[in-house]
Design a protein around this ligand. Structure first.
Ligand code: SF4
Ligand code: SF4
Length: 160
């Protein structure tokens, strides 16, 4: 979650040959359920935003004036994508009940965590999520579709 988590390299053939040990491929039978521990909202991660998400959050009355929330653009280039930092606890997390106060208008990164869809079609999962081993087997095709839908919602691809 670049959340600097989408670390990846292409080899010469254009296939993914490295993604980092914190990711594993979701296989048939992999069980997962979000157990609402809110652990992923309490990291020191950086949440990358698309410009569409940036504009939406800046205009969201639930987000305006939140203490600790800074929507930023890379200061070195000024041209990079915007982002915000969790710094140990996302400002949009309501502690009681571990509720995301902007759901379902949360960023793509949050909507698809802990999953990541590679260009070669593999659905990967982040080991840091505590929900693995809980719930029913992951519906891999449904999650792939959800990732693509969320990308469209975030403005990463043309609306389908
Ligand atoms: S760490 Fe995993 S189980 Fe916990 S809230 Fe985040 S997605 Fe859900
Ligand atoms: S925006 Fe919501 S889901 Fe994303 S890190 Fe903040 S509280 Fe968690």
């Amino acid at each position: 979650m670049t959340v600097k988590m989408e670390r990846k390299l292409l080899d010469r053939d254009g296939t993914w040959d490295y993604i980092g040990a914190e990711w594993f491929e979701v296989k048939e039978g992999t069980r997962w359920e979000c157990i609402r521990c809110s652990d992923c909202c309490r990291k020191d991660w950086t949440i990358n935003l698309t410009w569409k998400e940036f504009d939406r959050l800046k205009g969201d009355v639930r987000v305006l004036d939140l203490p600790g929330l800074g929507l930023e653009v890379d200061p070195e280039t000024g041209l990079d994508h915007p982002f915000f930092r969790l710094d140990g606890a996302c400002p949009m997390l309501r502690s009681e009940g571990a509720v995301c106060t902007i759901y379902p208008d949360w960023p793509y990164t949050c909507a698809v965590y802990p999953f990541l869809l590679l260009p070669d079609g593999r659905l990967m999962a982040h080991r840091g999520c505590t929900g693995f081993g809980h719930g029913e087997p992951v519906d891999i095709e449904r999650w792939k579709g959800r990732v693509l839908d969320e990308r469209a919602k975030a403005g990463m691809v043309r609306d389908r």
